[in-house]
Design a binder for this molecule. Structure first.
Ligand code: SF4
Length: 392
């Protein structure tokens, strides 16, 4: 018989007890966690935390202003970090060195993978294709539930990194015959300079660019990015500014503006809503979110409700019950959103694509695998209705 440690025994026992209890049995913990938390968890600038010397992967910031000769203000995201010489930004990846703003992560990703595009999740963008995925350390949010906190809440020197300059990324994608590059995992807005230079090169070589992001970005850099962007998955964490402040350390309005801009610029995007018990599982809020989407963006952008798993600072909460995800999917569809999925859970009806006109199954999914496909280019094979997205 296999020996197990005391810690492992306790862990397994807790798992058995947890799985035997209904989700609501955790409710008191959920309530305490939410009610007693701070009302705004936004990040702070790290004073006098810049490394002594710049390194090979330091690159001057693209959009910033100098103030008072030595201070700088970064204009990439709504945090608008004001940095005195020697300070490090909220996203941890930028510093003020002698009155100049530098990104410390240019060409220095800590995650490099080849993923199925369905993993992003992007269900209406070149199904079955692979995407070359990169991320660096850092994020402009402080989500209590972060799934990638080991890299998003780390400083560049705290993680193991690779050297991969924009040219190298594009070469690697091309060498492997991969049709897109995804800026993903942590928060690409925190490595904006590296992302946009890579994306411009990729566009020249006819490789698609995908942004997987919290959408917390200012208008000017977003418009510049839209010129080379082919697809995006943007998190809509909630339709409540209060939840954005206390769960994510951000604000709602800039994210809503990002959706409107992507819509106006004709970029295909999909929306992700992580359903966190006690925070973002309020039915009335989800209804309002759907109504906002329909009013400002229309019915065609796919919406993914993702299952939450205990993680990072919310490791005492239960996973989202499947019944909640199914309820929200039904609600969103009854409100008028045409393509609504559930993710991080196996539920065939919520993982497949059904034509919004004839309701026939056009893309069947089992995990990231697509066993059957009934599209004729960008149309339903049965009734010839155009299905929104980029299919070929
Ligand atoms: S991108 Fe980073 S440095 Fe720039 S404003 Fe946002 S958090 Fe601050």
């Amino acid at each position: 018989m296999k020996n197990i440690s005391r810690r492992h025994f306790l862990y397994c026992s807790a798992g058995l007890v947890c799985s035997a209890l209904p989700a609501r049995a955790f409710w008191p913990f959920t309530a305490i966690s939410e009610a007693s938390g701070p009302v705004d968890i936004r990040g702070r600038v790290f004073r006098s935390d810049a490394p002594k010397h710049l390194w090979k992967w330091s690159h001057e910031g693209f959009l910033y202003k100098k103030i008072n000769n030595s201070n700088v203000v970064c204009q990439i995201c709504p945090n608008q970090c004001v940095l005195a010489p020697g300070d490090r930004s909220i996203c941890r990846s930028k510093v003020n060195k002698n009155g100049t703003l530098y990104s410390l992560v240019y060409g220095n990703p800590c995650s490099v993978n080849i993923d199925p595009v369905e993993k992003k999740p992007l269900f209406h963008f070149l199904p079955r294709s692979k995407t070359f995925s990169i991320a660096t350390a850092g994020c402009n949010f402080r989500c209590l539930n972060c799934q990638n906190w080991e890299i998003s809440q780390a400083k560049p020197h705290e993680v193991r990194s690779y050297e991969l300059f924009p040219q190298d990324v594009v070469n690697e994608a091309q060498r492997s015959s991969i049709s897109s590059i995804a800026y993903t995992y942590s928060e690409p807005i925190a490595f904006f300079e590296y992302m946009i230079d890579t994306a411009r090169l990729a566009r020249e070589r006819k490789i698609y660019n995908l942004l997987i992001s919290n959408g917390y970005i200012n208008q000017e850099p977003l418009l510049a990015l839209c010129k080379v962007l082919d697809g995006a998955n943007i998190n809509l964490k909630s339709l409540s500014d209060t939840i954005y402040r206390k769960l994510n350390g951000g604000r709602l309005d800039p994210v809503l503006n990002t959706f409107k801009t992507l819509h106006e610029q004709g970029v295909h995007f999909e929306m992700t809503n992580l359903v966190v018990p006690g925070y973002t599982d309020d039915t009335e809020m989800v209804k309002q979110m759907c109504q906002w989407i329909l009013t400002h963006l229309g019915p065609n952008y796919p919406l993914h409700f993702l299952r939450f798993f205990p993680k990072y600072k919310l490791d005492r909460l239960p996973p989202t019950p499947l019944s909640t995800l199914i309820k929200f999917r039904k609600l969103a569809m009854s409100e008028g959103i045409r393509y609504v999925y559930v993710g991080n859970v196996s539920f065939p009806e919520g993982n497949n694509t059904y034509c919004h006109n004839c309701n026939k199954l056009v893309v069947e999914r089992i995990g990231y695998f697509i066993p059957s496909y009934h599209m004729d280019e960008n149309r339903c094979k049965y009734c010839k209705t155009v299905i929104p997205g980029r299919w070929t």
